[in-house]
Design a protein around this ligand. Structure first.
Ligand code: PHE
Length: 451
């Protein structure tokens, strides 16, 4: 491939970078509120099944074809199947990456504002009502959320310009473990709050009557979103993995890290809600309202709050880096564009769309399509429709067209890894995953209409 393509230096490098992509606002911001809106415990069980039974095989499928081809999401399909129309799957993934970054950038921008609020000690003495009010005052304002969104996209672009090795790997390896330690500390405080058991019960005691078919689709969409699969990030990252690294264990480790952080994210939020006596369990403001409340109840909460929101923005950054890498590597590989030009072009488009997403909470809140604001529409369609169908086509491609021998060879790096496990996964990819994803997608469509 092109001489400016890098490689991850070690297996730890791959895990750190792919986990950096997976762990982000999806775990701390999106998972708790989607789980809350869909009934808690029952949603959680379905989610876990999807992550390991479908998510891991999809991630492995992406790694395998990405590494085999050594290309971006589109080029991988074009190279492996020049005659078919599979490249459309790659193209849809690139579009999904741009759309996800556009609304993700809004929320990532909020985290920067919350770093500022934490530094200025603005949470002090605020009760739930005041915290919700200040969240909505900020998100509905027409200026600062835009400024922070642009700052965030620009920051991502700067890191992408540094290249794969230098930029992404270093940032991920150092800061993610730190965030993890902080989350554990906050969780310990959350579960020791008065009334915490009510929150934990909501999260861990399944109430099946509260789970709808649409909730099942949302669980699948959330699994795909959280693992960064179904749209080409892991294909692109796969292209940077060295040929002699077995893939299976790597994917399981990444999915486990991601799931643990999502669970911890929810453990921070729900006991705190129960402690505050709050009724609502959903909405995109959920963590931005509950976390400041728990910091107030922690010794050293002032410092915790600053560090937490700072590291949360870093977690978001390692995810947006992986999102931007998708269109950038596409433009570099396919149009021979310089990395610099590709980065500028992609981030400009993202900022443009990001403006509409960011203003969805204020100026454009009345502008809706299918009853959803632009932000909600981007969020819903990418996770639940584009990633779900992306994942479906990827497993169909790998299961039925890529060749079982090729797949097992990639998973085990030519026999170095566990061959039996690789064969089991190839069966899941061929039959179980496509049927599972297909049933959820069709079922939702038939029962409720997809949007
Ligand atoms: N997985 C990321 C998160 O949970 C979001 C993301 C989705 C990143 C798709 C890349 C691709 O925050």
């Amino acid at each position: 491939m092109k001489e400016n393509r890098g490689n991850f230096s070690s297996k730890l490098g791959v895990i750190a970078v792919a986990a950096g992509s997976a762990v982000g606002l999806g775990n701390i911001w999106r998972f708790p509120y989607i789980a809350g809106e869909n009934g808690g415990g029952a949603f959680l069980i379905v989610y876990l099944i999807f992550v390991f039974l479908i998510g891991v095989p999809v991630m492995l499928s992406e790694f395998a074809i990405g590494r085999k081809a050594g290309c971006n999401a589109y080029g991988t399909f074009k190279k492996l199947s020049p005659k078919g129309a599979w490249w459309l799957v790659g193209l849809m993934g690139i579009l999904a990456a741009i759309m996800i970054f556009s609304f993700y950038g809004t929320v990532a921008g909020w985290t920067l504002e919350y770093v500022k609020k934490a530094i200025c000690d603005e949470f002090a003495g605020q009760d739930l009502g005041a915290l919700s009010q200040s969240f909505s005052d900020f998100t509905t304002s027409p200026t600062m959320p835009l400024v922070w969104m642009v700052v965030f996209v620009a920051l991502t672009a700067l890191i992408i310009l540094g290249g794969v090795e230098k930029g992404i790997e270093k940032v991920s390896k150092f800061l993610m473990p730190l965030l993890f330690v902080l989350i554990i500390a906050v969780c310990i405080r959350a579960v020791t709050l008065p009334n915490a058991s009510k929150g934990l019960e909501f999260l861990f005691k399944p109430d099946w009557s509260s789970l709808t078919f649409k909730g099942v689709l949302m669980a699948l969409g959330q699994a795909a979103f959280s693992l960064s699969i179904g749209m080409g990030t892991m294909i692109t990252y796969g292209s940077y993995i060295k040929k002699d690294t077995p893939l299976t264990a790597t994917a399981i480790e990444i999915a486990s890290c991601d799931t643990i952080v999502a669970l911890l994210g929810a453990i921070m939020v729900f006991p705190t809600l129960a402690f505050l006596g709050a009724e609502s369990t959903g909405g995109p403001g959920l963590v931005f309202v509950t976390l400041p409340a728990i910091f107030q109840a922690m010794p050293g909460g002032y410092i915790f709050a600053i560090l937490f929101f700072l590291l949360l923005s870093v977690a978001a950054l390692t995810s947006t880096i992986s999102l931007l890498e998708v269109p950038v590597s596409f433009l570099v590989d396919e149009f021979n564009m310089s990395r610099r030009k590709a980065t500028l072009l992609s981030s400009s488009v993202i900022i443009l769309l990001g403006v509409f997403c960011t203003l969805s909470f204020g100026l454009l809140s009345d502008f809706t399509i299918f009853g959803k604001t632009i932000f909600d529409l981007f969020d819903y369609t990418t996770a639940n429709i584009m990633l779900t169908f992306g994942a479906l086509f990827i497993v169909i491609y790998v299961g039925w067209f890529f060749g079982r021998k090729n797949f097992v060879d990639e998973l085990t790096a030519g026999g170095r890894g566990n061959v039996v496990l690789a064969k089991i996964i190839s069966i899941i990819v061929k039959f179980i995953a496509p049927i599972g994803i297909g049933l959820v997608a069709i079922g939702t469509f038939v029962i409720g209409g997809i949007v």
